[in-house]
Design a protein around this ligand. Sequence first.
Ligand SMILES: C[S@@+](CC[C@H](N)C(=O)[O-])C[C@H]1O[C@@H](n2cnc3c(N)ncnc32)[C@H](O)[C@@H]1O
Length: 251
Amino acid sequence: MSNGLVHIIGAGPGDPELITLKGLARLRESDVVFHDETVHPDVLAHARPGAEIVRIEETITENPSLLDSLNKEIVARARAGRTVAVVQEGDPFIFGLGGEIARAVRRAGIPFDIVPGITSAIAAAAYAGIPLTYRGYSSTLGFATGHTDLNKKYTDIDWARVATGVSTLVFFMGLTNLPMIVENMIAHGRDPRTPAAVVSCGTSAEQETLCGTLAELAELAKKDALHVKVPAIIIIGDVVGLRDELNWFEK
Ligand SMILES: C[S@@+](CC[C@H](N)C(=O)[O-])C[C@H]1O[C@@H](n2cnc3c(N)ncnc32)[C@H](O)[C@@H]1O
């Protein structure tokens, strides 16, 4: 039997209408659909009738051996001649598993393609009315993670370069370490009065955005814990100030 193939598809975050036409087409053609547990059911409803649907538990990122098993399952289905979709939240190559899965599939000699998705940084910012770049406010943009270790306590960010080197910074997975992020940004030269925001559950009906200065953001988030929920992105930069005028979704 000849090998099948693997489509690694970005679904976008929250709002199920944010998946691309190409993503939907590849999903509909697939015999097996592996999906992040955060992918909206309305996206999965596009899978063809009878497709095998397999949920990828979020804890997989904390356990390399689980990722290895997932890769083996994907490869086994494709080797059996089936077309496999791996549907990831946001974009598969931005703090997702897309790179790891693509490497495993390639090493197994199975053809694959990648369908980009709208990353939550872009989508949640847009729905919050925060343009990540804007002439006169921000000419550079960076994506960072709030932790790079499995215990979610540590990050290998070079704060001295990042804190003042990029106009707009978006942190993924940063809520737990928000006080540490704020402290490092300010300690390494970022103006404490810089506008900053936490966008929770971006692009979904539950989306909420908390804004303040960089110096006050961690304290505000602690006080407003009911409304500051995961998943969330943190945006730091003067562009956050434009939200007063451009907020359109949360009204
Ligand atoms: C493992 S990363 C996956 C990122 C994903 N590949 C992407 O491109 O958006 C998970 C993080 O993405 C962010 N995230 C995902 N969905 C989100 C949403 N709807 N609103 C805000 N942040 C979101 C959060 O920072 C969350 O901790």
